[in-house]
Design a protein around this ligand. Sequence first.
Ligand code: NAP
Length: 304
Amino acid sequence: MEQQYDVIIVGAGPAGLTAGIYAARAGLKTLLIERYGAGGQILNTYEVDNYPGLPGITGAELGMKMQEHLDKYDVTTEMCEVEGIDFEEKNNRVKTDNGTFVGKCVILATGNSPRKLGIPGEEELTGAGVSYCATCDGAFFKKRTVAVIGGGDVAVEDAIFLARGCEKVYLVHRRDELRAAKILQNALFELPNVEVVWDSIPKEIKGADEGMVAGLEIENVKTGDRSVLDVAGVFIATGNNPNSSYTDAVDKDENGYIIADETCATSLPGVFAAGDIRSKKLRQVSTAVADGANAVYSAQAFLI
Ligand code: NAP
């Protein structure tokens, strides 16, 4: 017998956890589906310094606090992977590797995942010096030299975090200006063991005989000059791709993010998109949390 819910939330990052809290408080029979564990991408963030009221909190701590908050309420959680969804008004069938669940409403809060560079050495050396998560793997590179690729908030935060334990950190960026928030840039530029390598793109991650990263070949986009940085680790922080491949039934933008406005309503009735998976300008914990609340508000209106 398939289990039926008022709301099925897919994804337990800040948007999904907030939706869970709001849905339970609204008295909706709620299922939260998550594949790896609660917290989402903030678990990869050492410090979240712009979530109001909790300055300096670590990503892991914030995720745990949100989970503990959710645990106060009657929300069923299933750890499983969504394989597909048959959308039908008030009878949506969410198919997972652990059975099918039926929901009158579905809130898609599946977030996004790190984007790959697609250069030689990247795939082969992932886990052997190539990483997409500085807070997870940074400790392996104490007193070593590493490179971070990217110029956004994540790349700069990663470089700052790694500089605490590493001998030297190269931040390799393809332009002559960083995209990251000014406050992060200022903190970065003060660090004596960080060198920003401007106007440069990675071409190849080189491995040593023992199968570990031994260097990063880069090319200066202005001069065409190539050089090899002598690094033991390469941290890739070049943005994200949406986790939306489980459905083609909802309208998406050209990058695969699900189209919905602030109400979080998608192109399908009773289906909502919340958090980083939603097509929007600013992806932050605060905007994800706001989406979680709005999605439930809209779901309630839909159910009435
Ligand atoms: P992002 O803002 O999209 O930045 C990606 C960076 O990687 C950009 O600097 C980009 O260069 C570079 N890049 C992209 N493709 C590349 C390639 N193939 N080769 C070399 N460089 C490449 O991504 P993010 O830093 O992961 O951040 C994702 C979202 O989370 C953003 O909205 C960010 O604001 C948010 N976030 C916020 C906080 C915070 O507020 N504390 C913390 C973390 C993340 P260009 O600049 O030239 O495009």
